[in-house]
Write a protein that binds this ligand. Structure first.
Ligand SMILES: Cc1cc2nc3c(=O)[nH]c(=O)nc-3n(C[C@H](O)[C@H](O)[C@H](O)COP(=O)(O)OP(=O)(O)OC[C@H]3O[C@@H](n4cnc5c(N)ncnc54)[C@H](O)[C@@H]3O)c2cc1C
Length: 383
């Protein structure tokens, strides 16, 4: 299969070669943020490739960002520390005012401002987003925000945050999906005025946190679009996020298949390479077949997105197929390596933990199946 954007892939591969396995292992051990890696990506302009040229970005299509993230993951690295810097700005670009765009986008493009935190999930709402309760009460030219978010990733490494909150209680809104608004929160100010950030240690190095808003003031000038319409704005950004995360899964899958193949060719047991046993080679071949099928769906979803066509179902299907294909490849790679797959220095156990996330976040597989069942196939709604 011919890979799209070969020049981008080559350049990203070159950058990643400066950040080998040992770099990621140390960070993983210390649960530390990959500051140097993110700086290198920023300096070479990779994190601003989706921002239009008039605001200082490269103005490239989503498929270019997908190629860059795929290569980061194929190299053994992890783009999750900063992938949101690429796409979270989309809500400002699509729904912000001209003033907000010229105020923020050039600084996001240069890396002076980091906008890579978005707070949607809350502990008590789960995937039923319309049940969020974090509330922004309007008081003159400011909102007073009270509530709690969970799993807000990269909040400690972000200057701005896209916050989805209620501005009308659910039971007073015309519909459950209305009455929610998007605020751009300046974290630097908020941290000094009622915002508490608590890191959550997880099975992978992901810099995720929980946030407590204790009457945090946000200027009304930071409201994105119209009050009460925020849920739709957040939904608009989800297709890009799902396609990009699916690309990371494709990169992970290729990493696992590359590693499994070389190890199966090299490792000799019973006087011959383990890869000459069909019990070892068939799962690797199956992983390859599944990954290529998923990659085809990711490409299709990105193509639709880039040509401005509806792609909600394709983005969902791409994310589901790619996350399952990378997980199967991860398990196969681990099994192929025998005991060595569990050793830190091989990077496989780390990548195994990292790629598992994508069947749960940003949306769990069940919710994708529910979307396909009801929206694509016309089956009755279950919730
Ligand atoms: C490391 C990490 C980083 C994250 N980063 C962010 C972030 O930056 N910003 C953010 O807003 N969120 C983030 N999330 C949150 C993530 O999107 C949610 O965890 C995910 O959407 C699932 O929500 P939940 O954990 O509340 O699960 P729940 O809603 O409690 O669901 C639990 C399980 O039940 C299933 N389930 C629930 N209802 C149904 C149903 N009706 N039918 C079938 N199955 C159902 C779900 O599929 C899931 O498997 C992150 C999560 C993690 C773990």
């Amino acid at each position: 299969m011919t890979a799209s954007h070969p020049d981008i892939r080559e350049a990203v591969r070159r950058l990643c070669s400066r950040f080998p396995g040992g770099y990621w292992q140390r960070l993983d051990r210390e649960r530390a943020y990959p500051t140097e890696f993110v700086r290198a990506l920023t300096d070479e302009g990779w994190l601003s490739i989706l921002i239009p040229e008039e605001y200082g970005g490269a103005g490239l299509p989503l498929s270019a960002a997908a190629a860059a993230l795929e290569e980061i993951h194929r190299s053994g690295g992890n783009g999750a520390a900063c992938h949101a810097q690429m796409y979270t700005m989309g809500v400002v670009l699509r729904h912000g005012s001209d003033e907000q765009k010229s105020q923020w986008l050039p600084k996001i493009a240069s890396g002076e401002i980091r906008l890579q935190a978005f707070g949607v999930t809350e502990p008590s709402s789960g995937v039923d987003t319309t049940r969020i309760t974090t509330f922004a009460r309007r008081d003159g030219d400011r909102y007073i925000v009270r509530g709690q978010k969970i799993w807000t990733s990269r909040a400690e490494y972000s200057d701005l945050m896209v916050l989805l909150c209620r501005t009308t209680p659910r039971d007073q809104a015309a519909r459950p999906s209305e009455g929610m608004s998007v605020l751009l929160v300046d974290m630097r100010e908020a941290k000094a005025n009622g915002l508490t950030i608590r890191p959550i240690r997880t099975m992978l190095n992901h810099a995720t946190t929980e946030l407590f808003f204790d009457d945090v003031e946000v200027p009304t000038a930071n409201l994105i679009g119209e009050e009460g319409k925020g849920f739709r704005y957040i939904l608009d950004g989800m297709n890009a996020e799902r396609i990009l995360i699916a690309s990371e899964c494709i990169g992970d899958g290729r990493f696992f298949i590359d590693r499994a193949t070389s190890y199966a060719n090299e490792r000799e047991v019973f006087g011959r390479p383990i890869g000459s046993n069909q019990g070892v080679q068939f799962p690797i071949a199956r992983a390859h077949v599944q990954l290529e099928a998923a990659a085809g769906m990711v490409e299709r979803a990105a193509g639709l997105y880039d040509s401005g066509q509806p792609c909600g179902s394709e983005a969902n299907m791409a994310k589901m197929l790619a996350s399952e294909a990378s997980w199967f490849a991860a398990d196969t790679c681990l099994q192929t390596h025998g005991g060595f797959g569990f050793a830190e220095e091989y990077d496989i156990e780390r990548k195994f933990r990292e790629t598992r996330l994508y069947q749960t976040a940003p949306i769990p597989t069940n919710l994708i199946l529910s979307h396909v069942a009801t929206h694509v196939l016309g089956l009755p709604k279950s919730f």
